[in-house]
Write a protein that binds this ligand. Structure first.
Ligand SMILES: Cc1cc2nc3c(=O)[nH]c(=O)nc-3n(C[C@H](O)[C@H](O)[C@H](O)COP(=O)(O)O)c2cc1C
Ligand SMILES: [Mn+2]
Length: 424
């Protein structure tokens, strides 16, 4: 358990898992290039100490670039992660409210707000602008006031305006729509640079109505300390490096994208809600944290692995009590492909697992079922031991070539300058 982000960084440094980068870097592509390289070589997290144009700031990137870094964040041996995560995710510990905290050391309220003063990073070559990519958003259900934690990217639109890509099928997106129905904006706080259990907890696939701060408390084995925001009725981790307070503008949408996304290609511009920033508070000598996404594996992948594996494990267990293991594959971005091991005691159990997983809605797609009007049988080798005496078998092929009319959807996300990074 770590008190705050800085406690985790000190631990990483003692493990040789943090590199302090003294070379001068710019926020446009150059920081992301280092993050791409460290993700590709399974290197350390990077703390950029010399950021051009932002004296006084340090930028942290690739904090969760590898699965090892996530395991270190939870203090669990990597090979025991799923087993331990399953227990810890269920062990809810309520947060504690404290009167103030380090996140209030510097305050910019109202007119003092200027997002241009934060070292917000532009990552991929065709990204439409600079994005906050690892802010943990805290919102409250407009009906019950129960908190929700999640991470949604935010595009800088002006000195006090951000997009907030929270689609309706995510809890925060739903809350924004619920508030709009009441002709109101939704108050949203974004905490940047928090301890790892809060970031991992924000990715737990728990139902709407569960405050993920309770999950984060369970993951760290102690209550998360929260303090009230300055301009909105929302609580944030008291030791956060930076907090952006804001309110969504009811009914307003803005083009958000293209953006280099988690499958490794660009998403087209989407219509995203808009956040009007009402205050920014921070620690002294603040550390601004950014995260990379794009071609797997990046921290956008490693951070979702156990939340997804746990919800798949629990779903399988409902169908077959004897689950031997669940493996979400990196190639499937820890989301689309699952390998599940069960002890089968009835013939239909395997198929029932497939059906259950297909319908759970987390995006699993490497599960294949055909209709009765499809004949999947083909002639087979006489040596194929899986074949019946009729020497016919099932065949499966995947045409993974891109549709010719839509090649742009598959263009690879690229970060200029990865080959020029010399410090790792
Ligand atoms: C680094 C990172 C960036 C993410 N960015 C987005 C995003 O921009 N939009 C989004 O909908 N989900 C994003 N996610 C995934 C959501 O945060 C995740 O699905 C979360 O569990 C949703 O919370 P909810 O279940 O409370 O809706 C991101 C995850 C990570 C780790
Ligand atoms: Mn939620």
């Amino acid at each position: 358990m770590f008190e705050d982000l800085r406690g985790f960084l000190a631990h990483l440094e003692s493990q040789g898992q943090l590199l302090r980068v003294k070379d001068e870097v710019g926020v446009k592509y150059e920081i992301a290039a280092g993050m791409r390289k460290t993700s590709d070589i399974e290197g350390p997290a990077l703390l950029f100490e010399n950021v051009r144009g932002y004296p006084g700031w340090r930028v942290l990137g690739g904090l969760f670039a590898t699965r090892k870094l996530v395991a270190l964040g939870l203090g669990v041996p990597q090979e025991k992660m799923l087993e331990r995560y399953l227990t810890l995710e269920d062990q809810r510990i309520a947060p504690e409210i404290v009167s103030t905290g380090p996140c209030k050391e510097i305050k910019w309220i109202g007119d003092q707000v200027d997002l241009a003063k934060l070292p917000i990073v532009t990552h991929a070559s065709q990204d439409c602008g600079a994005y906050v990519t690892i802010g943990v958003q805290v919102g409250k259900d407009p009906d019950t006031s129960i908190r929700n934690l999640s991470i949604h990217r935010m595009l800088v639109l002006g000195k006090d305006r951000l997009s907030l890509w929270a689609p309706a099928d995510h809890h925060l997106g739903r809350m924004i729509l619920m508030a709009e129905e009441k002709k109101r904006g939704l108050e949203v706080a974004t905490a940047i640079g928090v301890e790892p259990a809060i970031v991992v907890g924000s990715q737990a696939k728990v139902p709407f109505g569960i405050d993920e701060f309770h999950v984060a408390g369970g993951l760290r084995g102690a209550a998360v300390k929260l303090t009230k925001c300055e301009t909105i009725d929302v609580e944030v981790p008291a030791s956060a490096e930076v907090v952006i307070e804001g309110v969504t503008v009811p009914g307003e949408r803005v083009a958000d994208g293209p953006y280099g996304e988690y499958p490794g290609c660009y998403s087209e511009a989407k219509q995203a809600p808009v956040l009007k920033v009402t205050a920014i508070t921070m620690r002294k000598d603040p550390i601004y944290q950014t995260a990379l996404t794009g071609m797997p594996v990046t921290e956008n992948h490693t951070l979702i692995e156990y939340g997804n594996a746990a919800v798949v494990y629990r779903e399988v267990k409902k169908v077959v009590p004897e689950v031997r293991g669940v493996n979400m594959t990196p190639g499937g971005t820890f989301r689309h492909h699952a390998v599940v091991s069960i002890k089968k005691r009835a013939e239909n159990e395997g198929r029932n697992v497939i059906l259950a997983l297909l319908s759970m809605g987390i995006g699993l797609k490497q599960i294949i079922v055909v209709d009765e009007d499809i004949d999947p049988r083909i002639a087979c080798s006489t040596l194929d031991p899986s074949c019946s005496e009729a020497r016919v078998t099932a065949g499966l092929g995947i045409d993974a070539t891109a549709p010719m009319k839509e090649r742009w959807r598959f263009e690879k996300v690229e970060i200029p300058g990865v080959d020029k990074v010399k410090y790792i």
